[in-house]
Design a protein around this ligand. Structure first.
Ligand code: ADP
Length: 439
C-alpha cells in the first residue's frame, strides 16, 4: 500500500513537472498544469467508474475489466480474490447439497426447531411422514402442526430421555415415534420415525400369547379334573406317584397360563382406565394371612406395618396381584425361621409399599434384568419354589399402569427389599390417622 501511494505521488509529481516545463516553454505554466491534472483526473475517474460498476454488478461471475499499471494490479488482486471466493462457495454448496441429499435419503424425519419453537428446516421424509409443506410451513411453530395434546405435553416437559409414540397426524392408522434432542443455544432436533410395523408385530405377539394361553386353559382343566378323579379313587401305589407328579405339573401349567393371560391383559392398555380407592389395609391383611398359609412349614416371622391415613387408588385385582407376588416371593425364597416385613407408608414423595426379607439376597448383576419375563437368578432355586418366572414382570407392568415404579435393594446372603412407589396423585386420604402394627 505504501509503495502504491509512493508510486501515485511520484507519477503525479512527474506529470506536474512535465506540464510546468511545457507551460514555461509556451509561457502559460498555469494552464498546462491545470490541463494536465484535469486529463489525469478524468483518466483516473474512468478507471474508478469501471471498478465501481463491477462492484455494483450483482453477477459475481462477471470478469473485471482489463487494465494496466496500478489499476491493473488492483484489478488483478480483486480478480484473484473473486476466484478464491467462488471456489470456496462452490465447495460449501457441494457440502450442503450432499447433506440435503443424504438427509432426504434417511428413512427418519428430521426437523430443526429454533429456540422460539419455530420449524427452521426439515428433510423430505418429514414432509411425507408428517405432512409438512416447505412453502407455507417454514418458520411456523411446531405445535401448530403437531397438535396432539400428548405431543405438546412431551414437548413442553423439556425432558426427552424417552421417545413418545403417537398416531401419525397424516394417517391415524400409522404410528410415529418422536424423539427430541437439544443442541446449540436452545435449538431442538426432532426425529420422527414410522414404527407402525414394529407396533403391529408387537400386537401380533401379544395376541398370540393371549390366544395361546386362552386355548391352553380348557385342555388343562380337563386333564386336572381327570387326575383329581383318579387320585380320589383307590389307585395302585406305583401309579399314585406318577399321577401326583402329573397333578403338580398341571397345576404349575395352570398358574403359568393364568400369569401369561394377566400379563397380556396388562400389556394391552397403557394406563388404568378407572381409578378407585382400594382398601389397601384389608388387602394387605389378606395377603399376610395367605403368606402365613403358604409358609406354614417354614415358621417365618412376619411383621406388617401400615400407615392408616392414606389409601391407594387403582385397580384392586392388579394391585392385589402385584403385592401378593412380592410377599409370596419373600416367603418362597426366604429360609425357614427367616424374617419378612411388609410396610405401607406415605411421605412427601407419595405412597410406598415395601417387602423386606432376610433371605438369600440377589447378586447386583441380576437386579437390572429381574423384571424380564422368565428371568431367573438360579434355575434350580426358582423351580423348587414353584414360581412361574413371570411374577416380577407382572409387578412391573401393574406399577407402570399406575404411574408407579419398582425399586429393588438386595445383598447376597443378607436379604432383599422390593419397594413399589406410587405418585401422590394415586393416594386418597383417610380420616383416622393411626399407624397399625401387626406381628
Ligand atoms: P419366579 O416365579 O421365578 O419367582 P419372579 O419374576 O417372581 O419369578 O422372580 C424372578 C427371580 O427373582 C426369581 O427367580 C428369584 O431368583 C428372584 N427373587 C424374587 N424375589 C426374591 C426374593 N425375595 N429373594 C431372593 N430372590 C428373589
Amino acid at each position: 500500500m505504501g509503495s502504491a501511494n509512493h508510486n501515485l505521488f511520484f507519477r503525479l509529481g512527474l506529470i506536474s513537472v512535465i506540464a510546468l516545463a511545457v507551460g514555461f516553454l509556451l509561457d502559460a505554466p498555469g494552464w498546462t498544469l491545470a490541463i494536465a491534472l484535469l486529463v489525469w483526473s478524468i483518466l483516473e475517474l474512468r478507471r474508478f467508474r469501471q471498478l465501481s460498476n463491477w462492484v455494483h454488478n450483482n453477477d459475481d461471475q462477471a470478469e473485471l475489466p482489463e487494465s494496466k499499471g496500478r489499476w491493473g494490479e488492483l484489478f488483478d488482486g480483486l480478480s484473484r480474490l473473486q476466484r478464491r471466493q467462488n471456489s470456496r462457495e462452490t465447495l460449501l454448496r457441494g457440502v450442503i447439497d450432499r447433506f440435503q441429499q443424504s438427509s432426504s435419503a434417511l428413512p427418519d424425519a428430521i426437523i430443526i426447531i429454533d429456540r422460539n419453537n419455530n420449524m427452521e428446516w426439515w428433510n423430505e421424509t418429514a414432509s411425507r411422514l408428517l405432512g409438512l409443506r416447505p412453502l407455507t410451513d417454514r418458520g411456523r411453530p411446531v405445535m401448530n402442526l403437531l397438535r396432539d395434546p400428548r405431543f405438546i405435553r412431551y414437548y413442553n416437559r423439556g425432558q426427552y430421555t424417552d421417545p413418545i409414540t403417537l398416531p401419525s397426524p397424516v394417517k391415524s392408522e400409522f404410528s410415529i415415534q418422536y424423539q427430541i434432542t437439544r443442541f446449540g443455544d436452545g435449538d431442538r432436533l426432532l426425529v420422527a420415525r414410522d414404527v407402525s410395523r414394529l407396533i403391529r408385530l408387537e400386537q401380533t405377539r401379544q395376541d398370540f400369547v393371549a390366544n395361546a394361553s386362552h386355548e391352553l386353559r380348557t385342555p388343562l382343566t380337563v386333564i386336572r379334573g381327570y387326575l383329581e378323579t383318579f387320585l380320589d379313587n383307590e389307585m395302585p401305589q406305583h401309579m399314585q406317584r406318577g399321577l401326583k407328579a402329573m397333578q403338580q405339573q398341571a397345576r404349575r401349567m395352570e398358574n403359568l397360563v393364568s400369569d401369561l393371560l394377566l400379563l397380556s391383559r396388562l400389556e394391552a392398555s397403557q394406563a388404568v382406565s378407572s381409578e378407585q380407592p382400594i382398601q389397601i389395609h384389608s388387602i394387605l391383611r389378606h395377603i399376610l394371612d395367605a403368606a402365613k398359609e403358604l409358609g406354614r412349614d417354614k415358621q417365618q416371622n412376619f411383621k406388617l406395618e401400615m400407615d392408616q391415613k392414606f389409601d391407594l387408588c387403582g385397580q384392586e385385582v392388579e394391585l392385589h396381584s402385584a403385592f401378593s407376588n412380592l410377599v409370596f416371593n419373600a416367603v418362597r425364597y426366604t429360609q425357614t425361621g427367616g424374617d419378612i416385613s411388609i410396610r405401607w407408608w406415605v411421605d412427601a414423595k407419595g405412597g410406598h409399599f415395601a417387602v423386606t426379607d432376610n433371605g438369600p439376597g440377589i447378586e447386583s448383576i441380576h437386579l437390572p434384568r429381574l423384571t424380564e419375563r422368565f428371568y431367573r437368578v438360579d434355575e434350580s432355586r426358582s423351580s423348587a419354589s414353584g414360581g412361574t418366572g413371570l411374577g416380577l414382570a407382572i409387578v412391573k407392568h401393574v406399577l407402570v399402569r399406575h404411574g408407579g415404579e419398582l425399586t429393588i435393594n438386595s445383598k447376597l446372603n443378607q436379604g432383599s427389599t422390593f419397594c413399589c412407589h406410587f405418585p401422590t396423585e394415586m393416594l386418597s386420604h383417610q380420616d383416622d390417622n393411626d399407624l397399625v402394627k401387626i406381628s
